[in-house]
Design a protein around this ligand. Structure first.
Ligand code: ZN
Length: 250
């Protein structure tokens, strides 16, 4: 399988200091062929003009590096956008930039339309309702995570109906699901969980996924991408990358 990590942050995200060239070298060393640079966009806090300027500068730098490393490794242009269904107009403007794909996320810890992260049925249902709104808005290519409540508080099956609605919505949409490693309590897992990925496979004719580590620092470089690839094959998921807003199977 062609190796890809479709979710890495660079210094063009507030929470990372990694230079694009450093990322390129680190992933080249790991034998990765495609690296998706998914820098964060927080439209609750940032002005759209500033976001556009930041990404224009970054995308030009990515073009230069792709030329320099041609035939060895390719950087893909992405953005991770919080609560994208709230920002239809802003995202139309971002779509004018030459992104390869965009990733949507519901962030329980920050963002305008916060899900308060507490245990309990209501929070879980609220979280999946927001995921559903994000899929139905259809203005990003990839749906991230799907499992934040479980990741922090353990399994919660109370929202099975909402999760089922999410799977049906994904089947009707053009979007893909992201699978990400998540390191907690010394165990290495990945999210969405195997159960949810099997559910996704059952409900979606074309169960497309991208694999992304959400790396912010060199020490966070993914260690279990092979395990995720193995799970994809066994479950029958369709892993891929995006180039110029088109999904390509890998
Ligand atoms: Zn991220």
């Amino acid at each position: 399988m062609i190796k890809a990590d479709m979710h890495v942050h660079s210094k063009y995200s507030h929470e990372s200091n990694m230079e694009l060239e450093q990322i390129t070298e680190l992933f080249l060393e790991k034998g990765i062929h495609y690296v998706g640079i998914a820098d964060s966009v927080d439209l609750e806090r940032e002005n759209i003009e500033d976001v556009i300027e930041r990404f224009q500068i970054r995308n030009a730098k990515i073009d230069q590096l792709n030329e320099k490393y041609e035939g060895k490794i390719t950087l893909l242009k992405s953005a991770e956008i919080g609560e994208p269904y709230l920002y239809q107009e802003e995202i139309k403007r971002l779509d004018e930039l030459d992104f390869d794909y965009t990733v949507g996320v519901i962030r329980p810890f920050s963002g305008g339309d916060k899900v308060k992260l507490t245990t309990g049925e209501r929070t879980t249902k609220e979280y999946y309702q927001k995921i559903l709104k994000m899929i139905e808005a259809g203005n990003v290519d990839v749906i991230r995570h799907l499992d934040l409540i479980d990741a922090y508080f353990g399994k919660d099956y109370s929202a099975l109906k909402q999760i089922s609605e999410v799977m049906h919505a994904l089947n009707d949409s053009h979007q893909s699901l992201e699978i990400s490693p998540f390191i907690r309590k010394k165990t290495i897992e990945f999210y969405p969980s195997i159960q949810k990925l099997c559910f996704y496979r059952l409900k979606c004719e074309d169960a497309r996924v991208i694999i992304g580590s959400d790396t912010h620092r060199p020490e966070e470089l993914p260690k279990n991408l092979d395990d995720i690839e193995y799970a994809c094959t066994e479950i029958g998921l369709v892993p891929g990358i995006y180039q110029k807003r088109k999904f390509e199977r890998i």
